[in-house]
Design a protein around this ligand. Structure first.
Ligand SMILES: Nc1ncnc2c1ncn2[C@@H]1O[C@H](COP(=O)(O)OP(=O)(O)O)[C@@H](O)[C@H]1O
Ligand SMILES: O=P(O)(O)OC[C@H](O)CO
Length: 496
């Protein structure tokens, strides 16, 4: 029996790479009833660097909540619980006595830690990128938080000082928000959840605890690390001074895991792909961990309270929608990505054999080449910006296909359809190209906010709200439309 009132509402803080958003769901419904979004500035002080101001993230959270509370008026009182979902791996260090960040947040796709990666690689036999994979599920790559912490410990004197004084705390964006929302320097909860912890390179993927060997390898002191909790439990309450004071916080999920939950891919063998700045394909492997031998990452998909952790294989692509942004901002090929990308790409029948590899910051899965860089090839005197835009869309699909092939090899049971979500999926041409290039039906979620929905479901579960049947293995219907593979003019139909 549900122990909650029928008017109960659940709020979700979605702190993504580009935006922070707060939205509110009615249990059992897939569409949010109110939302507000604020853009976050990303600074690039040097080529390849990518930083954000942790305080700007916090003030965006505050602004978004205030705005939504205002929109809801008296109804806001029905928000009984909050969930947090976030860009993963992004690293923040702060001083626990002052609450001040010790450096800007180093964003997940920052590649300044190249040399840190080389230092770690030099310590392992044969410079084996996969040396620690059995422990943490991840290959050695600048992507993951431990390399960013190590860089900060080496290059930021204020970090060194705070570590020596034992006042330094580390957190991914979820932890930074939770600590501040629950009181900050005055008793804030220093927790993270298993999904975020599984992206740091410091968590033992089997035991779900910080791993002593990894901590030793990076020389990271354990006292800066948050306590690892499940993804769905009551962590604390919003402290005085924040809107929604006293409301409980009951779920934390990395944003890619949150969309797996929101898509109801809760059964072994189900997978989803989220297309945003990057592109992240997660395949639910149930309570067993599959160690990829084909370049994928083993990650925690979710852990609801005391139930066993569920694992996923993940294929991460660093640049998907970000390539459109590059074509707009650096090439001037369009003014408005949402309005123009699809129509410009539709103006040509194919790419005219132009290929675009947008490896601006190296390549993630399945190649893990930090030294790779972007290339556009096949240009002729007839090539136009339309061909290049179309090639950029195809590049997203080819990268996804590489990951699907790796997943099929690792799991042995080929996927028969791909559930997709994320802002880029409004582009129907992209969806059709994906179906053609991967040779399987692409099922597009109609809700814009699957990530927030998954987080609301996990928060609801912690509160005993069963409206979404999160524990059911049956995949309830997420409203969707389907793109079937067709033989395209350029003959690009691939079947595994
Ligand atoms: N219609 C479209 N066609 C292709 N790409 C799009 C379209 N609309 C948005 N995008 C791309 O999708 C991405 C949207 O990212 P967003 O959801 O804001 O998340 P993130 O936090 O990952 O940046 C942007 O990189 C943008 O370039
Ligand atoms: O906010 P997004 O969509 O760019 O998500 C980023 C991922 O969590 C990085 O691993």
């Amino acid at each position: 029996m549900e122990k909650v009132h029928k008017d109960t509402l659940i709020g979700v803080i979605d702190a993504g790479t580009r935006t922070v958003k707060f939205c509110v769901f009615r249990p059992g419904h897939t569409k949010e009833i109110a939302e507000h979004t604020v853009d976050i500035v990303t600074h690039t002080p040097q080529e390849g660097w990518s930083e954000q101001d942790p305080k700007e993230i916090l003030s965006a959270v505050r602004k978004c909540i205030e705005n939504v509370v205002q929109q809801l008026g008296l109804e806001a009182i029905n928000i009984i619980t909050l969930g947090i979902t976030n860009q993963r791996e992004t690293t923040i260090l702060w001083d626990k006595t002052t609450g001040e960040p010790l450096y800007n947040a180093i964003v997940w796709n920052d590649i300044r830690t190249d040399s840190t990666v080389d230092i770690i690689l030099a310590k392992v036999p044969d410079n084996n990128t996969n040396y620690f994979k059995n422990i943490c599920g991840l290959p050695i790559s600048p992507y993951f938080s431990a390399f960013k912490i190590k860089w900060l410990m080496h290059f930021a004197p204020q970090v060194k000082k705070a570590i020596k004084a034992e006042t330094c705390l580390f957190g991914t964006v979820d932890t930074w928000i939770l600590w501040n929302l629950t009181g900050g320097a005055k008793g804030g909860k220093h927790y993270t959840d298993v999904t975020n912890a599984s992206r740091t390179f410091l968590m033992n993927i089997e035991l779900l605890t910080w791993d002593p060997l990894l901590l030793h390898t990076f020389k990271i002191p354990a006292n800066i690390l948050p306590e690892i909790k499940s993804s769905s439990e009551i962590y604390g309450r919003v402290a005085r001074g924040f809107p929604l004071e006293n409301v409980r916080i009951s779920s934390i999920l990395g944003n890619q895991q949150a969309s797996l939950v929101g898509q109801r891919c809760l059964k072994e063998g189900q997978a989803k792909n989220t297309y945003r700045s990057g592109c992240f394909l997660l395949y639910n492997t149930g309570i067993s961990k599959v160690q990829s031998t084909h370049g994928l990452v083993t990650t925690v998909a979710y852990k609801f309270g005391s139930k066993p952790a569920v694992y996923a294989l993940e294929g991460s692509v660093a640049v998907a929608g970000a390539a459109m942004k590059w074509l707009r901002d650096n090439m001037g090929f369009m003014g408005d990505i949402q309005k123009e990308t699809e129509s410009l790409a539709q103006e040509v029948f194919n790419t005219g054999d132009v290929y675009f590899v947008p490896a601006f910051k190296g390549l993630y899965a399945p190649y893990w080449r930090k030294d790779a860089r972007g290339i556009i090839c096949g240009l002729t005197a007839f090539s136009t910006k339309q061909h290049i835009i179309r090639a950029a869309l195809e590049a997203v699909c080819f990268q996804t296909r590489d990951i699907l092939e790796a997943m099929n090899k690792d799991c042995g049971i080929p996927l028969t359809k791909l559930h997709v979500d994320g802002k880029m999926t409004v582009n129907s041409l992209l969806m059709q190209l994906q179906a053609d290039i991967s040779g399987m039906p692409v099922v597009r979620a109609q809700s814009q906010d699957i990530t927030a929905l998954g987080t609301a479901m996990a928060a609801g579960a912690a509160e005993g709200i069963k409206a979404w049947e999160i524990y059911s293995e049956e995949r309830e219907l997420v409203p969707s439309d389907t793109f079937l593979p067709t033989s395209t003019e350029s003959g690009k139909l691939f079947i595994f």
